[in-house]
Design a protein around this ligand. Structure first.
Ligand code: MN
Length: 387
């Protein structure tokens, strides 16, 4: 690998949890990777620091109000500066880029990911909402433009690693593990009173605020079953969720002969990020190693769909198909933002999603425009239902 040219990497969402860890992976492997582009939504200060340190060809900030600040702070460097969401989508298709890491939050990842796929880029997919909202569209585009999608989500990376070398060997089921989050042992009554501050204390993983709340409500696992359906082409009844509080087994694949393969490791996103960058190769890392002497048991539980209704609602959305997962995602983005401000209770999030499902307009075969309309209408509907 020493003589091959460095892979040019664009990080969309470089100031978030995945983005900053991706930059650490790149910094540790300077002979293999180059940062070509960095984009952020609002965190202009960190984007400036990152640009000065990693010297990309270009940077883009979604919020146009920060354009002048960004431009001035980098004026002594030959870095091209752009602003606005359209510019983020355009950065993703720049010719020299080999890999686009999609690490932005939520629905905003859809358009840039589509652009990157159409430009034939390899996608290191961390923005799971893209596949939740528009999985069919994305998979069709990826096939049409011969763009590989490598999962960064730890569960999907685990499954991807278990499938490596298996050719077309038939898969019986995918087993996604879930930590169970900070409220795993709370009763339904206790869940009525939990706060956003409690939800933000995840036992095993350090992540951004939105995904941490999503993990607490198990909707993150719900999104991940939908993500898995599209990434691996399995049917809903072939995806099982198992609570594994230690978060060491990152997920498993059961083959037609009954054999189960698992991928294990410390809960550290740098490993799946690095694997997505180096795939199909593995390279040496100094990430913390799992120590069997320190962990005496692995335990497993069945998820409780009465206390964590969001997971059941996600199964429902996946089975309905069409724009139902898009409806789920839009409602959830609004609800999580309100829960983070402690404007609504934890269990209310599921109540309102059920309400939204009953009232939103279902489209069986949505186009890209249908997704755009669904997303904006469901946000309005959800805000009305919160009042
Ligand atoms: Mn995950």
């Amino acid at each position: 690998m020493e003589n091959t040219p460095k892979k040019q990497i664009a990080i969309l969402g470089s100031t978030g949890s995945i983005g900053t860890q991706a930059l650490e992976v790149i910094a540790a492997n300077g002979s293999l990777f180059d940062v070509y582009a960095l984009t952020a939504n609002n965190n202009v200060d960190l984007l400036i620091d990152q640009a000065r340190k990693y010297n990309p060809e270009m940077v883009a900030i979604g919020n146009e109000n920060y354009y002048n600040q960004l431009k001035e702070a980098l004026s002594d460097l030959p870095i091209k500066v752009f602003a606005g969401n359209d510019s983020i989508a355009q950065v993703a298709e720049m010719h020299p880029i080999d890999i686009v890491l999609t690490a932005m939050v939520g629905y905003s990842g859809l358009k840039p990911t589509m652009n990157a796929i159409k430009a034939g880029k390899k996608i290191a997919l961390a923005n799971k909402e893209t596949l939740v909202v528009a999985g069919e569209l994305i998979c069709d585009l990826a096939a049409q433009f011969n763009s590989a999608i490598i999962p960064v989500d730890s569960e999907h990376s685990a499954i991807f690693q278990c499938l490596a070398g298996e050719g077309n060997n038939p898969v019986e089921k995918l087993i996604l593990t879930a930590s169970g989050g900070p409220f795993r042992t709370k009763s339904l009554h206790e869940l009525e009173l939990v706060t956003s501050a409690q939800a933000l204390k995840h036992p095993n993983w350090e992540m951004g605020a939105k995904i941490t709340v999503d993990s607490a409500s198990l909707i993150n696992k719900g999104f991940e079953i939908i993500e898995a359906k599209w990434l691996f082409g399995v049917s809903p009844d072939q995806i099982q969720v198992v609570i594994h509080p230690q978060s060491i087994i990152h997920s498993m694949v059961q083959f037609d002969d009954g054999s189960i393969k698992a991928q294990l490791g410390m809960p550290d996103m740098k490993l799946p990020i690095q694997y997505a960058f180096t795939y199909p190769d593995r390279i040496k890392s100094n990430f913390p190693r799992f120590d069997f002497d320190l962990c005496s048991q692995f335990t497993f539980e069945k998820p409780d769909l009465e206390r964590f209704r969001n997971l059941g609602l996600a199964y429902y959305a996946m089975e309905q198909g069409g724009n139902m997962p898009c409806i789920l995602n839009a409602a959830n983005e609004v609800l999580v933002a309100e829960f983070l401000k402690d404007k609504i209770g934890f269990l209310q999030m599921s109540d309102i999603i059920e309400d939204v499902f009953a009232k939103a307009i279902f489209v069986a075969k949505p186009s890209y425009e249908d997704y755009v309309i669904t997303d904006s209408l469901v946000r309005i509907l959800t805000k009305e239902l919160i009042k």
